[in-house]
Design a protein around this ligand. Structure first.
Ligand SMILES: Cc1cc2nc3c(=O)[nH]c(=O)nc-3n(C[C@H](O)[C@H](O)[C@H](O)COP(=O)(O)OP(=O)(O)OC[C@H]3O[C@@H](n4cnc5c(N)ncnc54)[C@H](O)[C@@H]3O)c2cc1C
Length: 425
């Protein structure tokens, strides 16, 4: 749980910073950026709409993309302590029978760690150095001129205060309201898979290193271990999930001859679910037409929001925060002058030029997987089962491996004035 700080304390602390930054949203992207900026001696103001007791949320499987970011934050050990290694992946087909099991560790070990952790657990890791966050707080208006970006901050008590910043970062997720303040609806497009899913928790089982997915005909069920339990997601076309979790679970159960214990347990939870016990996600994504407007930048899902299909959105969000910090790092020489402010805009353009093609390629991969996973029809499900038996996982994971081969090399460690480069190896 992150400790809450009054907005007034944060505004007092940031006032004398050479780069006054406001971060809206204390998710994985916002906390990563705030942590990196703090390591540069800054005091970014961080606002979070939800309360400090938001809970574990849902499960995350984090690709090795996050390793250099966590190293820059000096949080490698904390992450290793809380996350669990995901060494194996099992895929079940339309009847529920196992099609194949893969050694993920063999494929990914050369790139680094592949771990499962709850979203709440990851926020705990990123927040463990004790960053200041004001909860139940948000921004309701932004205006900027040549000198300053002014943001109206609402602190949840009904009071509003205007803060002055050199940079505002919208890290408030897929349905970012801050993005809406600067970009409007026209600047945002999206992909709708037509499906949705309930997310919930199960007790842990003995297969603590195994992620399992059932790709059914009109149903998808995934179970993934995190630090102390199993996260699940049960998905179907929204036209079918409309009947509610109980009736959907009943129908899904009837479709599988041998789905395994985890799937049975997840469907049992849906059977008993009280309306607010399992959170329902519409499986849609978002893509912003530009990642900055003047000195307001978009970060993480606010810039390019991910479907959970490739399990890479959080990793990309953290990497983008690291790259943004790296580009900003060269502009910390005293209070920004007019030239300094122009350099911030240049840094934002460079951040977008470096990171956006990578992130959108990953987003496209998540969309392609959604077209494969979230599709019903007997002949298609039959053909997909066949393909799953014979297509090597290395081939299916090729787009992700490409992202891991060509990673940004710099970030928080970038010397002043330098910019992240990309490594190919
Ligand atoms: C069910 C599910 C499973 C997923 N699984 C994986 C996975 O296995 N691996 C992976 O890498 N990714 C996964 N993802 C995607 C990943 O969660 C996102 O890509 C990632 O969380 C994006 O980080 P973010 O910080 O940009 O947004 P978020 O994590 O959504 O954080 C945004 C924060 O902003 C706050 N906020 C929202 N509006 C406001 C406002 N107006 N003012 C202030 N604060 C606000 C929110 O409360 C939230 O705390 C999954 C997503 C879902 C939904």
């Amino acid at each position: 749980m992150l400790e809450s700080t009054p907005v007034s304390d944060q505004l007092a602390a940031v006032r004398e910073d050479p780069l006054r930054v406001l971060v809206v949203g204390a998710g994985v992207a916002g906390l990563t950026l705030a942590g990196l900026l703090r390591r540069r001696g800054l005091h970014p103001v961080v606002l979070e709409r939800s309360g400090p007791d938001a809970g574990a949320g849902y499960m995350l499987a984090l690709m090795p993309l996050v390793d250099p970011v966590l190293a820059a934050l000096d949080l490698t050990e904390e992450y290793a302590r809380r996350g669990v290694p995901l060494a194996r992946y099992r895929i079940r087909g339309r009847t529920g029978a196992t099609l194949r099991e893969y050694q993920m560790s063999r494929l990914l070990a050369r790139f680094g760690d592949y771990r499962g952790i709850s979203r709440g657990g990851m926020l705990g890791v990123l927040g463990s150095p004790g960053p200041a966050v004001s909860h139940r707080a948000t921004v309701s208006a932004i205006e900027q001129d040549a000198d300053v970006v002014r943001a109206v901050i609402e602190d949840g008590s009904g009071a509003a205060v205007t803060g002055e910043f050199d940079l505002v970062v919208a890290a408030d997720g897929l349905h970012s309201a801050t993005r809406g303040l600067v970009l409007g609806d026209d600047g945002v497009s999206g992909f709708d898979s037509g499906w949705g899913g309930w997310v919930g928790w199960l007790p842990p089982d003995r297969d603590h290193d195994l992620g399992e997915e059932l790709w059914g005909d009109g149903t998808f069920i995934g179970t993934y271990p995190v630090e102390d339990r199993l996260g699940f997601i049960v998905c179907g076309p929204r036209a079918d999930t409309r009947v509610g979790p109980r009736r959907f679970a009943g129908r899904a159960r009837a479709a599988f001859a041998s789905p395994g214990q985890r799937v049975r347990d997840a469907l049992d939870v849906l059977d008993r679910a009280e309306p607010d016990e399992c959170y329902f996600w519409s499986l849609v994504d978002r893509r912003a037409a530009t990642w900055s407007v003047g000195r307001v930048a978009l970060l993480g899902d606010a810039a390019a929001g991910f479907l959970p299909t490739a399990g890479i959105g959080a990793g990309m969000a953290m990497e983008s925060a690291w790259v943004l910090d790296g580009h900003l790092g060269g502009h910390l020489d005293g209070h920004p002058s007019a030239a300094g402010r122009e350099r911030i805009s240049v840094a934002l353009r460079d951040y977008e030029a470096h990171q956006r093609p990578r992130v959108e390629a990953a987003q496209e991969n998540s969309r392609q997987l959604a077209r494969l996973m979230f599709r019903g029809g007997r002949p298609f499900a039959f053909a997909r089962d066949l393909a799953a038996r014979f297509v090597p996982l290395g081939v299916a994971l090729r787009p992700i491996q490409r992202l891991l081969v060509e990673r940004p090399t710099l970030g928080a460690a970038a010397p002043a004035g330098s910019s992240p480069g990309y490594r190919t190896g």
